[in-house]
Design a protein around this ligand. Structure first.
Ligand code: SF4
Length: 104
């Protein structure tokens, strides 16, 4: 099995309009969403300074519902991730999203 890293970026409950008791991360963690792009860069840089750069790595947005974010917020988060994807080709973006917020 090949090794890989996930760099976790928590967007605690952002984009979700529901409050399921088993999932509401604001209640579980007592923290609000981290949607500040400078703080997200700091988080990513922190992990990058501690991992083997030869190992496949993903930037993963955990918590919340990515597809429920306002478009401008979603784009700003993707732009930050895109900076790293361009710089380090082995980076893959991962998003966790609830499909219920996708409008066709
Ligand atoms: S992300 Fe899904 S499971 Fe979690 S609170 Fe929102 S609707 Fe419920």
């Amino acid at each position: 099995m090949s090794k890989h890293y996930n760099i976790p970026v928590f967007i605690t409950h952002a984009g979700c309009k529901n409050e399921c008791v088993f999932c509401n991360q604001k209640i579980i963690t007592g923290q609000s969403a981290n949607l500040n792009v400078d703080e997200i860069r700091e988080t990513i840089n922190y992990y990058l300074s501690r991992i083997d750069m030869n190992v496949d790595t993903e930037i993963a947005f955990f918590g919340g519902s990515f597809t429920g974010l306002e478009k401008s917020v979603m784009i700003s988060l993707l732009e930050v991730a895109g900076e790293y994807i361009k710089k380090y080709k082995n980076y893959i973006l991962r998003q966790f999203a609830s499909l219920q917020f996708i409008q066709l």
